[in-house]
Design a protein around this ligand. Sequence first.
Ligand SMILES: C[S@@+](CC[C@H](N)C(=O)[O-])C[C@H]1O[C@@H](n2cnc3c(N)ncnc32)[C@H](O)[C@@H]1O
Length: 371
Amino acid sequence: MDVEKVLHMTGGIGSTSYAKNSSLQKKGSDRVKHIIIETLKEVYVSSTPKSFGIADLGCSCGPNTLSIIRDMFEAIQKIISLKMKYQPACCELRVYLNDLPTNDFNSIFRAFPDFRRSLWHNDDTKSESSSPSIFMGAYPGSFYGRLFPNSSLHFVHSSYSLHWLSRVPPELYDEEGKSINKGCVYICGSSPEKVAQAYYKQFRQDFCKFLRARLEEVVVGGRMVLIFLGRKGPQHVDRGNSFLWEILTRAFAILVSKGEVEGEKVDSYEVPFYAASREEIEEAVRREGSFQVERFVVSISETDQDAEGGISRGKRVAMAVRAVQESIITNHFGDSLQLDSLFDTYASLLDQQFAMQEIQPLTFVLVLRKL
Ligand SMILES: C[S@@+](CC[C@H](N)C(=O)[O-])C[C@H]1O[C@@H](n2cnc3c(N)ncnc32)[C@H](O)[C@@H]1O
């Protein structure tokens, strides 16, 4: 599977779209928003450049994309309005929205005009003349390579994107192209040791490429706030992110037993995902050497306990996973796989698990400073 060409969140605004099923990511990001805004303010105040470059890597589509840009704009606007008491100071914000090429950028473009207007019209005390100008554009491509001009960025934000690898690790397949991780879609209890090693190797390569590309693009003293899924310690298998994959594996097995999908097809399906540990991330940053870890915060992702609007917790998580996974599942299995059947089964398995014990995926917030 060519991840760069295939992976995208389900576009549009339909019931299975990412726009309608990204509240878990929104809640996760809101829980750590103070870190994003504090860091942004620090960089802005310490540099006050005339032209301030911000990138959002893996911006996707839907309400989360522009919501965080609004928060950043308002934070800088506040600083500028305080400064203006003493001197007329204004600047321009360059906002670069990045995602893979098949992302539904059109839905973001359509929202641009109203979004720009609303930045000034929500509050009577704000006027266009006392506000920074804002220029936004989309930069399609993989964040594992170069995307922006040299030294063009002061602040980089990325939310719930960096746990996606650039590819499924090739070592997961033997010489005949058969998976060595049969019966699992990610590292699971029965995976041979080589599976975790292959995933870790891919993560190390990708993360190093990510840092090397940003090294050229971020100014000295610039910061990156990277929010992504991770794991607690050296063990890969826990009741966090890996458990969500294990339940998806069980849902696939039920479909196989009903003859709805071929077992061989499931055996060869592996996700291009990795939940790194704090130690692995810190080690990768140290080894690469151009950024310094300024802050590392661990946040527990929680879904609301109760059914919301008659939708159970399991169903909400299943819909969120579907909006993220649909493109790569369809690419692998073809249109004959009934996604409704898979994700209904997944939802009911999740509800059974939630009733027994909590599932707690970990979110990491990593603040890096360019040296
Ligand atoms: C779960 S969405 C998160 C979207 C948004 N930041 C949010 O918080 O709601 C993850 C996004 O990362 C993007 N992504 C994954 N790998 C990427 C890569 N190598 N380069 C750019 N974007 C990538 C996906 O296409 C997807 O839109």
